[in-house]
Design a protein around this ligand. Structure first.
Ligand code: FUB
Length: 343
């Protein structure tokens, strides 16, 4: 597996985007803590975000153009947003993402509000590296974690926000409706449905309004079907059900929704002809890496496709001290993604 891209700070949950010929990475910024590991993820106690950029990925290509290609210099643009700037946040700045639309830049981030419920916020800037000014309230109607934005450049620049995460991410608390008022704390304990016939909980998607700071229309389920039955994936199918870490990319007119399976530690994907689904499970992108969590983004840069992800190699396996890596990925003639195995 490739070496960590960033070694002077711990970074995780990398959302990569290409803006004006450069690669920008919007990751979580992991930090040391004495908080004990638990299934709620309290040990992921992050308080700010940095943005990073680099000009080339050639050194990480499967077959670099020459054996003497040097690893690119990664520029750390410093802290672009911190928890203390956001009035509604109490703790845990988790996996962010960014979008550019009509010349402005939007940083989407999940955090716990003052009542310990995860919501999603947005901060706005005029440059890919900020500064980003946060809206004073979370995005109305948002809930849970791991926002991933997708601007459909081929279709009117329509923009969408995908989100959700089980267990500590609280997605299971919204089984009676896709809105904050449906939060049911009773589901913080059981963590997710299970048992014969129980359907997996779906990730969520909402169309972003023109202002990119609110939803246009309802939050919907993003349905993932099992290819062998055409029925929604079952809750007990932990090797394929959505857990967290949503990402969307489009290649050759096909929409690829990818995600982590959580407690089985795979990155998996599903495909559709529509950004709203339904999606059909397609396979695995990445086998388990060192560390409990796995999270990623997929982006095209200079005609090749790249998987950004994280593992805990740099910290020697400490689950909450992760670092970002990148690897070239490949598709077969039918558009299936070739699974990457950590070496
Ligand atoms: O970084 C905190 C959480 O860990 C993220 O929100 C999840 O996707 C997992 O990577």
């Amino acid at each position: 597996m490739s070496p960590p891209l960033i070694t002077h700070v711990y970074t995780a949950d990398p959302s990569a985007h290409v803006f004006d010929g450069k690669v920008y990475i919007y990751p979580s910024h992991d930090r040391e803590t004495d908080i004990q590991f638990n299934d709620n993820g309290d040990q992921y106690d992050m308080v700010d975000y940095h943005v990073f950029s680099l000009d080339s990925l050639e050194a990480y290509a499967d077959e670099p153009s020459s054996s003497s290609v040097e690893s690119p210099k990664v520029t750390d643009h410093g802290v672009v947003l911190s928890a203390e700037q956001v009035p509604w946040v109490s703790r845990q700045l988790w996996a962010p993402d960014a979008a550019r639309r009509k010349g402005r830049y939007y940083l989407y981030f999940p955090a716990r509000d003052k009542s310990e419920v995860f919501r999603i916020g947005v901060a706005v800037g005029d440059s890919p590296v900020g500064p980003f000014v946060p809206d004073p309230e979370p995005i109305p109607g948002s809930f849970s974690i791991d926002p991933a934005s997708f601007v459909d450049d081929d279709v009117d620049e329509s923009a969408y926000l995908y989100f959700g995460g089980l267990w500590g991410g609280q997605l299971q608390c919204y089984q009676t409706g896709n809105a904050p008022e449906h939060f049911d704390a009773a589901w913080l304990g059981p963590k997710e449905p299970s048992g014969p016939g129980a359907k997996a909980l779906f990730p969520k998607v909402a169309k972003l309004a023109d202002d990119m700071r609110s939803f246009e229309g309802p939050v919907r389920d993003l349905v993932i079907l099992a290819p062998e039955t055409g029925a929604p994936i079952e809750a007990d199918d932990h090797e394929r059900r959505f857990f967290e870490a949503a990402w969307m990319h489009k290649r050759d007119g096909i929409y690829y929704f990818s995600y982590s399976t959580g407690d089985t530690h795979f990155l998996a994907y599903a495909t559709s002809k529509s950004p709203l689904g339904p999606f059909t499970y397609g396979g695995r992108i990445l086998e388990p890496v060192l560390g409990w969590t796995t999270h990623h983004s997929i982006v095209e840069f200079e005609g090749r496709w790249w998987l950004f992800h994280h593992d805990c190699e740099l910290s020697g396996g400490v689950n909450h001290l992760r670092s970002v890596k990148v690897k070239e990925i490949f598709y077969d003639k039918e558009g299936r993604i070739t699974t990457v195995k950590p070496e």
